[in-house]
Design a protein around this ligand. Structure first.
Ligand code: ACO
Length: 370
């Protein structure tokens, strides 16, 4: 038995949800480039869950279901008030989603209908949890979700307590579409491993949030912003990046396990970052990002991934960096739940082997003789 480090190149399951073939990402056979420009996030959720686009009445029903499920239990809000201020937002989100199961009496029901209902709840409630966490951390009262608006609109409304601009809703909708699913990425794999034991959907999503939090995965978007803040201004980019490259340190937001020719999502976020910063009349963050890209790609051949330009996009939208990875989760929960439902439909315990590299033939020695 020989281990493959990081399971690189190992095909661990079959799935009909999303694919990466020759550097092209598709959801249910639809190219992400097409979806990013034309689809609403809610249409994409339906597509991921049901395998096809909804007709208008089906989309309306999904919007109603999401609206009706968006409020979170008051007991959970009271719990969240007790979380230490300044705690990591992804740790808080992971705890809150885990606690959500305690207030759902159907948490352990395993029928397909019950699991679909819980997928709707999770998708509807994650934005409310993230906005509530953000407001409580700022010493503000949470704002209840409103009905009849998109997830992007509702999230920005609950976050800021005012109606968002059309432009901000459009940009966030596109970011949510681009992050919705990504084949067998680390957090989706974590979710599938968890539910393959026939554990419940909340456990699967909690595991996924734990995996997404890491800086080699979803946590990279916040790490990119930390780097941009550290650099501070355009004239300091060159020195900063060169030192990192000379020291063989990783530059966050670059590289990918699967894409070697570039992440197809990155160009959409780059364009969004450029458009938004031009509209805002301040392009420094965008210009800094472009210069970093030129240096990292020029010297290392590494291309930006989905996280790199998300950092400037969210910042220009006025979103604090502590919320970048939670926003990733608001989107990716659509993919996680689609994969969990798919796993339940054709389940087998996921239990690989390990190549043993430890000592052998050891004999027990009584403690007084060690
Ligand atoms: N900056 C500098 N060097 C890098 C980077 C980077 N961002 N990424 C990879 N490299 C180098 C490695 O140091 C390594 O060099 P070596 O062969 O000289 O040792 C080589 O490229 C291969 O890198 P690995 O880390 O082995 O590649 P792997 O496929 O295991 O990792 C990963 C992929 C984790 C994305 C990696 O590129 C990375 O750490 N990037 C930065 C973090 C990041 O942006 N993560 C988000 C990914 S997208 C997502 O999850 C949403």
């Amino acid at each position: 038995m020989t281990a493959t480090k990081g399971l690189e190149g190992i095909v661990a399951t079959t799935s009909s949800i999303s694919s990466i073939i020759d550097g092209v990402l598709t959801y249910r056979g639809y190219n992400i480039d097409d979806l990013a420009v034309h689809a609403s996030f809610e249409e994409v959720i339906y597509l991921l869950w049901y395998g096809r686009f909804p007709v208008q009445s089906e989309l309306d029903q999904l919007l109603r279901d999401l609206s009706e499920s968006a409020a979170i239990p008051s007991e959970l809000v009271e719990q969240m008030r007790l979380y230490p201020t300044g705690t990591n937002t992804m740790a808080a989100l992971r705890s809150a989603v885990s606690a959500l199961a305690l207030y759902d009496e159907t948490a352990n029901e395993m029928s397909s209908e019950a699991n679909f209902r819980k997928a709707i709840k999770l998708q509807a409630q994650l934005p409310t949890i993230v906005a509530t966490l953000s407001r409580l951390r700022a010493g503000l009262e949470p704002i209840a979700p409103k009905s009849g608006v998109s997830i992007a609109h509702n999230f920005l409304y609950m976050l800021n307590g005012e109606e968002p601009s059309e432009l901000a809703v459009k940009a966030l909708n596109q970011a949510l579409v681009l992050h919705a699913d990504h084949e067998l990425n680390a957090s989706t794999f974590a979710a599938r491993v968890t539910v393959a034991t026939l554990s419940d959907i909340y456990s699967g999503v909690t595991s996924a949030i734990g995996a997404l939090k890491g800086p080699l995965h979803g946590g990279a978007n916040e790490a990119v912003m930390v780097m941009l803040e550290e650099i501070g201004s355009f004239d300091r980019v060159e020195d900063y990046v060169q030192t990192k490259l000379d020291n063989k340190e990783k530059i966050m937001g670059f590289g990918h396990r699967v894409y070697k020719g570039g992440d197809p999502r990155a160009k959409h976020l780059q364009k969004m970052s450029q458009d938004l910063s031009q509209l805002q009349g301040n392009t420094e963050l965008y210009d800094m990002s472009v210069r970093i890209e030129e240096m990292v790609t020029g010297q290392k051949g590494l291309k930006p991934n989905v996280d790199f330009y998300s950092a400037s996009v969210y910042t220009i939208l006025g979103i604090q960096r502590e919320l970048f990875t939670p926003i990733f989760a608001i989107s990716r929960v659509s993919g996680w739940t689609a994969h969990i439902l798919e796993q339940y439909e054709n389940n087998r315990l996921i239990r690989p082997r390990a190549e043993y590299t430890g000592l052998t033939n050891q004999k027990y020695i009584p403690i007084q003789n060690r």
